[in-house]
Design a protein around this ligand. Structure first.
Ligand SMILES: Cc1cc2nc3c(=O)[nH]c(=O)nc-3n(C[C@H](O)[C@H](O)[C@H](O)COP(=O)(O)OP(=O)(O)OC[C@H]3O[C@@H](n4cnc5c(N)ncnc54)[C@H](O)[C@@H]3O)c2cc1C
Length: 285
C-alpha cells in the first residue's frame, strides 16, 4: 500500500527536532523507519511531518563509561550486535540485538526507536528492564531521565510528551560477578517473539544470588518486570528447584493474549519455559 501524504523535515540537531515536534503535535520522528514506514503504508498513522533525525551528528555513540553505558538515539540494532566490549560486559545486549528481525531491519532500526514505538512484543524492553535501564528524554522543558519500567505505559504508548524525543538510553554498570542473557522463543527466524525473557543475575562469593532482574516481553499489554520471580531468586543458591520456582512465578505474572503466535495458555506456559532457560543461560556464562 502507498502511504498517505506527509511533509518531511530533515533536522540537524535534536533541539531543532524538539522545536518542530512542539509546534506540530502530529509530526513524528523518523529514525530507522522500520516500524514507522510499515505503519504509514498500512495507513495506521497519518503524521503531518516526518522529522528525520538521521543527519543529526554524534547520535550513534555507544559510550562505555565507568558507571554507565550510553546508547545514542541513532544506535542501530546492528551496532549493538557487533560491539565486542558489550559481548564481554553484558552479553544480553548483543544477544538481544542479534535476535531482532533480519540483517536489513537491524542495519536501520534503532534501540531508541524500538522503545518509542513500544510494541508489546518488542525485544529491547525485556533486556533493558533486566538491565534497569533509564531513558534520557529531551523536550521543550529540558532533559529528564525515566526508568524503563515507567517509560512504556502500554501497547504503543510511552511516557513521551509533546515535543519530546529520546536522546539516549542509559544502562547502569554493576560491579562483581554479573551474568546476563536474553532468550527469545520465535516461530521462525526473524519473527517477533512468542515470548522473550531477559535476565541479569549478580552472584555473591558463596555462589548465592545477590541480585536478580528479569524482564518479560510479548506476555502482556506491555513488557513487564517479573518481580515475584526476582524475589524467588534473591538470597538463594540457584538450584534447579529455585530456578523452577522463579520461572513459575514469572508465568503467574504473565497475561498474554491469543494471536497468530499462539494461544494465551500456550504463551503463559512458554513464559515458564523461557524464564528457566534464560536464567540457566545467564548462569552458564
Ligand atoms: C520485518 C520486520 C521485522 C521486525 N522484527 C522485530 C523483532 O523481531 N523484534 C523487535 O523488537 N522489533 C522488530 N521489528 C521492529 C524494529 O526493531 C524497528 O527497528 C523498531 O521497532 C523501530 O526502530 P526504528 O529506528 O526503525 O524507528 P522508526 O520506525 O523510525 O520509529 C518508530 C516510532 O518511534 C518514534 N521514534 C523513533 N526514534 C525516536 C526518538 N529518538 N525519540 C522519539 N521518538 C522516536 C517514531 O516517531 C515512531 O513513532 C521489526 C520490523 C520489521 C520491519
Amino acid at each position: 500500500m502507498r502511504p498517505p501524504k506527509f511533509g518531511y523535515v530533515r533536522v540537524s540537531s535534536l533541539d531543532e527536532a524538539v522545536k518542530v515536534l512542539e509546534a506540530d503535535e502530529n509530526a513524528k520522528v523518523l529514525a530507522g523507519g522500520q516500524s514507522l514506514m510499515p505503519m504509514l503504508k498500512l495507513r495506521l498513522i497519518r503524521p503531518s511531518y516526518l522529522v528525520d533525525i538521521n543527519q543529526v551528528p554524534n547520535l550513534s555513540y555507544i559510550s562505555i563509561e565507568k558507571d554507565v553505558i550510553r546508547f545514542g538515539a541513532l544506535v542501530r540494532h546492528h551496532d549493538v550486535e557487533v560491539n565486542g566490549d558489550l559481548w564481554k560486559i553484558y552479553p544480553i545486549l548483543p544477544e538481544t540485538a542479534i535476535q531482532i528481525a533480519d540483517p536489513q531491519v537491524r542495519n536501520l532500526g534503532t534501540m531508541a526507536g524500538s522503545l518509542a514505538h513500544a510494541d508489546p512484543a518488542a525485544d529491547w524492553p525485556a533486556a533493558l528492564i533486566a538491565l534497569r535501564a533509564r531513558v534520557r528524554v529531551l523536550g521543550p522543558g529540558g532533559e529528564r531521565e525515566v526508568p524503563i519500567d515507567d517509560f512504556i505505559k502500554g501497547p504503543f504508548t510511552t511516557d513521551l510528551g509533546r515535543g519530546e524525543v529520546i536522546k539516549e538510553v542509559v544502562v547502569p554498570r554493576i560491579n562483581g560477578n554479573v551474568k546476563s542473557s536474553y532468550i527469545k522463543l520465535e516461530r521462525k527466524a526473524g519473527d517477533f517473539a512468542v515470548v522473550g525473557v531477559g535476565v541479569v543475575i549478580k552472584l555473591s562469593n558463596d555462589g548465592s544470588i545477590e541480585d536478580a532482574s528479569i524482564g518479560v516481553t510479548a506476555a502482556g499489554p506491555k513488557p513487564f518486570r517479573a518481580v515475584d520471580a526476582e524475589k524467588a531468586l534473591i538470597g538463594r543458591k540457584p538450584t534447579d528447584d529455585v530456578i523452577m520456582d522463579a520461572a513459575e512465578k514469572a508465568m503467574n505474572m504473565a497475561s498474554p493474549i491469543s494471536d497468530i503466535r499462539g494461544s494465551a495458555d500456550y504463551k503463559k506456559a512458554m513464559v515458564k519455559v523461557i524464564t528457566k532457560k534464560a536464567i540457566k543461560s545467564a548462569l552458564s556464562r
